[in-house]
Design a protein. Structure first.
Ligand SMILES: Cc1ncc(C[n+]2csc(CCOP(=O)(O)OP(=O)(O)O)c2C)c(N)n1
Ligand code: SF4
Ligand SMILES: [Mg+2]
Length: 351
């Protein structure tokens, strides 16, 4: 396959963010995905989120598995660190990288096949360990790359392009992430960028395991009538429970908003995330309520989107293990070796 490189020239008047980069600096190679694939819209949302958050591209490490979705890190953040792993194994590689160097921002990109089929065990353990990351699943209900077989997230009773009915119960990654202890759980739709960009920004700012499930139609194999992942079906059944209006560092109450309409969530970096409630009784800080309400909407045939759960002061794996702040490859022998006396003491305690 030949890649068409984008021209490197920037117009001098392009707007720069606070760290001196234009939006173009967050792009990657030209996409080779099918025209209209939802995954390309998610790449554009990631570019927008990182640019707006003033994240320097070289501070990000993007990791993925195998699939059309897992190819997308080639199409955004071309100046970031990247590792395209084996099918379903992105979480363990991300965990290792995050443990070795906690100074980078970790962005995991995966597909529903990659995370809910072959990689389900890995998905479970990265969520329960609380690895600090933004983990995005580009969920189309099929294995797009291998030509449209049902994935484990496909709804029971939905039809394949050739008319076969899916007999298996679906795995809902949102419900799983909630049960497994993820501390930021959201769902977006690739066709709603205004909702998706703030959800990704919130995940990148979160202090623990952040999971974003993005319904992302596959136009080649899963966009027909009878599929529950086609653009029309998702638009008709998308039930946003809230909207993140903005995340900023200077909280200011908007007097026009009714009491209780805006929920303010303090962030670890001193900022405040503000949620505009769309369902008055939806409480995104209560894990059990979130799980119940997401499943109730699902039973009614609706797709709950928005910030479904957040634990504002969440801790991560580094806090649990009490690790050093420096990247491990910068530690000298003196930092790593406690000395003969300390070693003798440890050995003595084990006798
Ligand atoms: C170990 C292994 N098993 C199977 C495959 C074949 N394979 C490649 S991509 C894929 C599924 C991808 O589906 P998904 O993660 O949903 O990504 P999509 O293409 O739909 O974005 C499979 C089964 C593989 N590459 N490696
Ligand atoms: S096969 Fe489907 S998932 Fe893959 S690029 Fe085409 S539309 Fe996207
Ligand atoms: Mg898929």
């Amino acid at each position: 396959m030949t890649y068409i490189a984008k021209p490197r020239m920037h117009h001098p008047s392009l707007t720069k963010n606070a760290v001196g980069y234009t939006r173009r600096d967050y792009e990657g190679k030209i996409s080779t995905l099918c025209a209209g694939c939802g995954h390309d819209s998610i790449s554009a949302a990631i570019v927008q989120a990182c640019w707006e958050l003033d994240i320097a591209p070289h501070r990000v490490a993007k990791l993925s598995g195998i699939g059309c979705s897992s190819k997308t890190p080639d199409y955004f953040l071309g100046a970031s660190h990247g590792f395209n792993t084996v099918h379903g194994r992105m979480p363990s590689v991300l965990t290792g990288a995050a443990l070795a160097n906690r100074t980078l921002l970790y962005l995991g990109v995966s597909g529903d096949g990659d995370s809910a089929s072959i990689g389900l065990g890995q998905f479970a353990h990265i969520m329960r360990r609380g690895v600090q990351m933004a983990y995005i699943v580009e969920n189309n209900g099929v294995y797009g790359l291998t030509k449209g077989q049902f994935s484990a997230t496909a709804d029971r009773g939905s039809l394949s392009k050739k008319g076969q009915r899916n007999a298996d119960a679906p795995i809902d990654l949102v419900a799983l992430a909630l049960q497994l202890g993820a501390t930021y759980v959201a769902r977006g739709f690739s066709g709603d960028k205004a909702q998706l960009v703030p959800l990704i920004k919130g995940a990148l700012r979160h202090g623990g395991a952040a999971f974003v499930d993005v319904v992302s139609p596959c136009v080649a194999f899963n966009n027909h009538a009878g599929s529950t992942r086609n653009y029309d079906h998702v638009r008709a059944h998308n039930q946003a429970v809230n909207r993140i209006d903005f995340i900023d560092l200077a909280p200011e109450i908007n007097a026009a908003q009714a009491p209780g309409e805006v929920l303010e969530l303090p962030q670890p970096d001193g900022g405040v995330m503000r949620l505009r409630r769309l369902h008055a009784d939806y409480d995104p800080t209560d894990r059990i309520v979130a799980l119940t309400q997401v499943q109730a909407l699902q039973k009614a045939g609706e797709i709950a989107t928005g910030l479904l759960y957040v634990e504002p002061g969440a801790a991560d794996l580094h806090a649990a293990l009490n690790t050093v702040p420096q990247p491990l490859n910068t530690l000298a022998e003196a930092d790593l070796c406690p000395g003969a006396q300390a070693l003798a003491k440890i050995n003595g305690a084990l006798r």
